[in-house]
Design a protein. Structure first.
Length: 108
């Protein structure tokens, strides 16, 4: 399973597709599939049937976010607020940190 540099809670920008240029927060990362779910991006309509248990009627049409390929999003640089690539650097104490390539700022 490949290791990705995008994590849940990161702010990303979509760089290709019909939602190009839209920014949002990562809700879920699916590393096995190489996909991410971003808040407010790739909205899909899901139809729900009414449930018979407990007399709940949660039927209807709901909007949910769809999955995007992880290569179609870029992290936002915290210093200049633009999309950037990310590299991993090891500190003197041995901890690995994510660093924005554009500005050199730490992403944590």
């Amino acid at each position: 399973m490949p290791k990705y540099k995008i994590r849940k809670g990161d702010t990303v920008e979509v760089i290709s597709g019909k939602d190009k240029g839209v920014r949002g927060e990562v809700i879920k990362v699916l590393p096995q599939k190489g996909k991410v779910v971003v808040q407010g991006v790739r909205i899909q309509m899901k139809h729900y049937r009414p449930e018979q248990q407990d007399n709940r009627t949660s039927s209807g049409i709901k909007e949910i976010e769809g999955q995007l390929d992880i290569s179609n999003v870029m992290l936002i640089d915290p210093e200049d607020d633009r999309p950037t690539r990310v590299r991993l650097e090891r500190d003197e104490d041995g901890t690995v940190r994510r660093v924005a390539v554009r500005s050199g700022a730490y992403l944590e």
